[in-house]
Design a protein around this ligand. Structure first.
Ligand SMILES: Cc1cc2nc3c(=O)[nH]c(=O)nc-3n(C[C@H](O)[C@H](O)[C@H](O)COP(=O)(O)OP(=O)(O)OC[C@H]3O[C@@H](n4cnc5c(N)ncnc54)[C@H](O)[C@@H]3O)c2cc1C
Length: 305
């Protein structure tokens, strides 16, 4: 079977593209390797998506999935391993099959960047987490560290402060970089402490290999060990695009280079959402990209007839 559009990723960008494609009567399917919703299922609360004053990321993902399913958009729970461009037909390769399509929309998002310090691998998911909403409840009445100072770090630290007895935020810059409202909420909390201009050197282990805390160095070269039961890292993102590396459509960091129509330099291949080179990675910009990609894919499909 030859699809009109195959979408890679069922996050906000991919599901929106699926909705727009189905409503345009296109033969469409979305591939998802984990769970529909993408990064928002790991987000405690979303307060800046128009129409929803405050909602958990999981709830918003559920609304998006219900909307997608209500239109019978097919979701294939398969990981895309490669996209092959053969001109008017593109191939999407998964471990289960190779699918043929006229258009591919890449909406594969990002994954959290890791610090890359000593003992991090050993403690990954056993003391170090990248998801406060998933793992935060394990640290009720305990002490945690949050690494980072941007919106994700600051918002998730505020959430963790409602559970943990103490949250220490470690930021390598001299100040937080999150928006002012998020900063105000965090700094108003009595159980939150900050270490600015400080870098994490390593995670400190106990005798049984458990997490004891982190060792940091500040800009004066002073070392300090901060005790904690858990650590949450929010230090940036890495695009998930290795499966299109042979297409030559990514920049040196792996982000998809797409124009304002979401077109890449390969005709019929579009990029949408966080995996694109872009200024603001948010739900509202991801959904917007998904819609724009489909509107332009429609024009491209007309040229094939
Ligand atoms: C901690 C945190 C808090 C945030 N808070 C907010 C907030 O308050 N407000 C806001 O607007 N935004 C927030 N964001 C950002 C928001 O989550 C993202 O901008 C949004 O999820 C991007 O959507 P996307 O569809 O582009 O990508 P993603 O949400 O990353 O979805 C991509 C999907 O593609 C799938 N995928 C990847 N590769 C493959 C493959 N090879 N095969 C099949 N499937 C694949 C992934 O499994 C994933 O489900 C936050 C992000 C984080 C990490």
């Amino acid at each position: 079977m030859l699809y009109d559009v195959l979408i890679i990723g069922a996050g906000p960008a991919g599901m929106t593209a699926g909705i727009y494609a189905k409503r345009a009567n296109l033969n469409v399917a979305i591939f998802e390797k984990y769970a529909p919703g993408g990064q928002i299922i790991n987000t405690a609360e979303i307060e800046n998506y128009t129409g929803y004053q405050k909602m958990s990321g999981y709830e918003l993902a559920t609304h998006m999935l219900k909307h997608t399913e209500s239109l019978s958009v097919e979701i294939k729970y398969e990981e895309v391993l490669e996209v092959i461009d053969e001109g008017k037909v593109k191939k999407v390769v998964t471990p289960d099959a190779t699918y043929e399509t006229k258009v591919v929309i890449i909406a594969s998002g990002t994954v959290p960047r890791r610090l890359g310090v000593e003992n991090e691998d050993m403690l990954a998911s056993r003391g170090i987490s990248w998801c406060a909403i998933c793992d935060g409840p394990m640290y009720k009445n305990k002490e945690v560290i949050v690494v980072g100072g941007g919106n994700s770090a600051v918002e998730e630290a505020s959430y963790l402060a409602t559970l943990a007895t103490k949250v220490t935020v470690i930021q390598d810059m001299p100040h937080l970089t999150a928006d002012k409202k998020a900063q105000d909420i965090l700094t108003s909390k009595a159980n939150v402490d900050f270490r600015f201009s400080s870098k994490v050197n390593k995670f400190v282990l106990g005798n049984s290999g458990e997490m004891l805390g982190v060792e940091i160095t500040n800009s004066k070269g002073e070392k300090e060990v901060i005790n904690a039961d858990g650590a949450f890292e929010y230090i940036g993102l890495i695009p998930v695009t290795t499966f299109v590396s042979k297409l030559g459509i990514t920049n040196k960091f792996g982000y998809i280079e797409a124009n304002e129509k979401m077109e890449t330099k390969v005709a019929g291949v579009y990029g949408a959402g966080d995996s694109n080179v872009k200024q603001i990675r948010q739900v509202v910009t991801a959904t917007s990209d998904g819609a724009i990609a489909v509107q332009n894919a429609l024009k491209y499909l007309e040229t094939l007839n």
